[in-house]
Design a protein around this ligand. Structure first.
Ligand SMILES: C[S@@+](CC[C@H](N)C(=O)[O-])C[C@H]1O[C@@H](n2cnc3c(N)ncnc32)[C@H](O)[C@@H]1O
Length: 315
């Protein structure tokens, strides 16, 4: 397909969200730009300001032009993204840095993990958020990192080893059937989704991330994951439900389902990045008013992958 046709196809696909995406034309133009690259410094290996400065100097010597993200500590944006591949740098192989999109930090910030807590990362691979939880808790929490796919768990294990993390136990179950009812303090459900927040029209003319046809009933899986997470959470415990998609049927509608089935409460939290309130209605469906405390992040506003984040308390 030619670029013009692709743009038309993309426009038609996203047209259903025209009323909810702010500055819709800017959103469409943003889809044509290359994906921004971000990384975080791994403070489990970079222990002080001098080591941090040495690392930044070394990266700059290798031709990376960096912008510090003031709102989220330890995150940097690579300004010359088309010339640099973070994964190929020695500093990456040594576990001094880890590449992850900026918005991927938000579910972990909402979770607010603390030392000594027992935390389940229900859909954890390849481990970006597990790694950040371990870093924030200085490797002093217990994280059960679960994923149903063995190939992706292998990547997770390689990542946590490279990052010097020791507080992780890995398990391989369908989250909906997670067998242990150890009461977790906190659970992250970073659910499989259509990934619309990642959509890009590729430079060579293809859409890099398309809606997968294989995942036919994602909302049903997402509901199963969230209900199981709720049932194995301790009373007063916290769940963060997140996706990287725009579709309300995978976002607000899933959380609304939980509110109808269980004694759950939506909590507000301080977001470091610009967001929009969660929707309370979509296509003639009305959701619980507290859904507006959930947060939507659009790619063109945050210059990263679009995300949805809901913080939930077990009453
Ligand atoms: C959005 S990705 C997770 C990304 C990860 N949290 C990170 O930060 O690196 C969703 C993950 O869910 C896993 N998954 C899909 N269906 C699942 C299920 N029923 N139970 C558990 N994991 C599942 C996929 O294999 C995939 O790794």
């Amino acid at each position: 397909m030619k670029q013009n046709n692709l743009f038309k196809f993309t426009k038609e696909y996203f047209n259903k969200y025209k009323e909810i995406i702010p500055n819709y034309e800017n959103f469409l133009s943003y889809l044509e730009l290359p994906m921004s690259q971000y990384f975080r410094i791994n403070t489990l290996k970079i222990r002080n300001d001098k080591e941090k400065q040495d690392l930044l100097n070394a990266l700059e010597k290798k031709g990376t032009f960096l912008k510090e993200i003031k709102e989220i500590p330890y995150f940097y944006k690579v300004k010359n993204t088309q010339e640099i591949s973070i994964g190929n740098l020695e500093e990456y192989r040594l576990g001094l840095i880890h590449s992850m999109t900026l918005t991927s930090s938000l579910p972990v910030i909402a979770l607010d993990p603390r030392q000594g807590e027992l935390i389940l990362d229900m859909c954890a691979a390849p481990g970006g958020k597990t790694g950040l939880i371990a870093m924030i808790t200085e490797d002093k929490s217990i994280i059960v990192s679960n994923d149903k796919r063995i190939d992706r768990l292998t990547a997770l294990v390689a990542n946590i080893k490279r990052l010097g993390i020791t507080c992780v136990i890995t398990t391989r179950y369908r989250g909906e059937q997670f067998p242990f009812s150890i009461p977790f303090d906190k659970i992250l459900v970073d659910a499989p989704c259509t990934g619309e927040g990642r959509y890009k029209i590729g430079e060579k003319g293809e859409i890099l991330y398309q809606k997968s046809n294989r995942r036919t009933n994602l909302p049903s899986i997402q509901k199963g994951l969230l209900i199981r997470a709720f049932d194995i959470l301790k009373p007063g415990g916290i769940i963060v439900y997140s996706t990287c998609t725009i579709n309300p049927e995978e976002n607000e509608e899933i959380v609304d389902y939980l509110l109808k089935k269980r004694q759950a409460e939506i909590l507000d939290w301080d977001s470091p990045l610009v967001f929009h309130e969660g929707l309370t209605e979509w296509e003639n469906k009305v959701y619980h008013p507290s859904l507006k405390l959930t947060k939507r992040y659009y790619p063109h506003e945050v210059e990263a992958v679009g995300f949805y984040v809901a913080k939930i308390k077990k009453v």
